[in-house]
Design a protein around this ligand. Structure first.
Ligand code: V47
Length: 361
């Protein structure tokens, strides 16, 4: 199997669903990693096979009020529940100011499905953010939020996105994808839009000129086949709309969640396989991100040898994984760059859409 897949990587031939499953079922982690690294070298292009991207960014979660129910989420609160919050525009600006003072060039905004923080709330926030910080890139809203805003305002997905773009939206993050399989969605996040809608909304965003990312949340009771099916669906969508930049495998954290104790947590092997196999299978995605908040810095660093070429960023103020037990909330840029250098790679500071800002030899 390994030599056939290696041949396919070298000749740029796609691997099949069955080959993806076979890779997951093997425990020869180093061979899988070797193939992931080879796929990454070929994908990164001449002179860039040693590059690892990072950026200076800030997460802003303006509200944790959510009327959806996901059994893996420790962040959401019902409207009148203790700990529920919704920032005013001024509070959100202050949080952002703190990040921008620390160098952030991108703000990643996502929040709960809160009927009191829908389209008018967010257009006002985006306009205010752009006025205050004109150079700041706004990467915001999962497809799940876009659908929620559309429903409340009775606008189409396209009209909703157009309104957000004219208020200042620059790109979309990859959240809310979870696992596309209907049975896993029904069990874990029944209120979230189905796979077809998630993919369709990203397709519309791409048509309107936005770049976006895609995630896959593992450790929520999915099978290996579900993971590969998720990636194959993303690969198909990317063939059509071409606007995905990065794939980000996520690992569930369980503290204060309902799902805790009901599923097998991911092992380090699972997480490294996610990186390597996604790099091999998603031949039309330019980048694979090792999200250190969820992998931990140690495994994120090792992932660079398994096909990942992006470490996300300094990620100040993250709340979603933090609520479920992630230890670190932000990294100093020197520390982040040292992780990359220590693994034998070249840190490349980028903006959100992968324009190169600085190559640190
Ligand atoms: O959609 C929720 C996940 C996602 C938990 O696009 C959890 O660059 C782990 O999408 N344990 C939000 N994960 C994060 C996200 C993201 C992160 C970094 C970069 C980008 C990008 C996107 O977090 C949610 C959900 O899949 N999540 N609860 C949990 N307990």
């Amino acid at each position: 199997m390994f030599s056939k897949i290696k041949e396919k990587i070298l000749t740029k031939e796609r691997i099949t669903f069955e080959e993806g499953v076979a890779l997951y079922k093997s425990n020869d982690l180093l061979k899988i990693g070797e193939l992931g690294r080879l796929a990454r070298e070929i994908k990164s292009g001449k002179g860039k096979s040693n590059w690892v991207y990072w950026n200076k960014n800030l997460h802003l979660n303006p509200t944790n009020v959510c009327i959806g129910h996901c059994n893996f989420c420790a962040f959401a609160r019902l409207p009148n529940e203790e700990g529920a919050y919704t920032y005013t525009t001024e509070e959100a600006i202050e949080k952002t100011r703190h990040g921008v003072k620390n160098g952030a060039m991108e703000v990643h905004i996502v929040g709960g499905l809160n009927p009191k923080a829908a389209l008018p709330y967010y257009t006002e926030l985006l306009i205010a953010l752009k006025k205050e910080f004109p150079g700041l890139h706004i990467k915001a809203f999962t497809a799940v939020e876009i659908e929620f805003f559309s429903k409340l305002t009775k606008l189409s997905h396209e009209e909703t996105l157009k309104k957000l773009i004219s208020a200042g939206l620059n790109s979309m993050p990859g959240g809310g994808a979870e696992i596309f399989s209907k049975s896993v969605r029904d069990e874990t996040c029944p209120d979230k839009i189905p796979a077809e809608s998630w993919l369709e909304i990203h397709g519309i965003a791409h048509k309107l000129g936005l770049k976006s990312n895609a995630t896959m949340l593992c450790g929520i009771g999915e099978t290996i086949e579900d993971r590969i099916d998720h990636m194959v669906q993303l690969r198909k969508q990317q063939d059509k709309s071409k606007g995905f930049q990065t794939f980000i495998p996520l690992s569930c954290h369980y503290e204060d969640t309902e799902i805790a104790g009901t599923v097998e947590p991911l092992t380090a092997f699972d997480q490294l396989k996610n990186i390597a196999i996604s790099r091999i299978l998603l031949d039309n995605f330019d980048h694979i991100k090792a999200y250190w908040i969820q992998l931990g810095v140690g495994l994120a660093q090792v992932s660079l040898n398994f096909g990942a070429d992006d470490l996300d960023g300094t990620v100040q103020e993250e709340s979603i994984t933090h609520a479920a037990g992630a230890e670190r909330r932000g990294l100093e840029k020197d520390f982040l760059q040292n992780l990359i250098k220590d693994a034998g790679y070249t840190p490349v500071e980028r903006d959100t859409v992968y324009n190169v800002l600085k190559v640190s030899a």
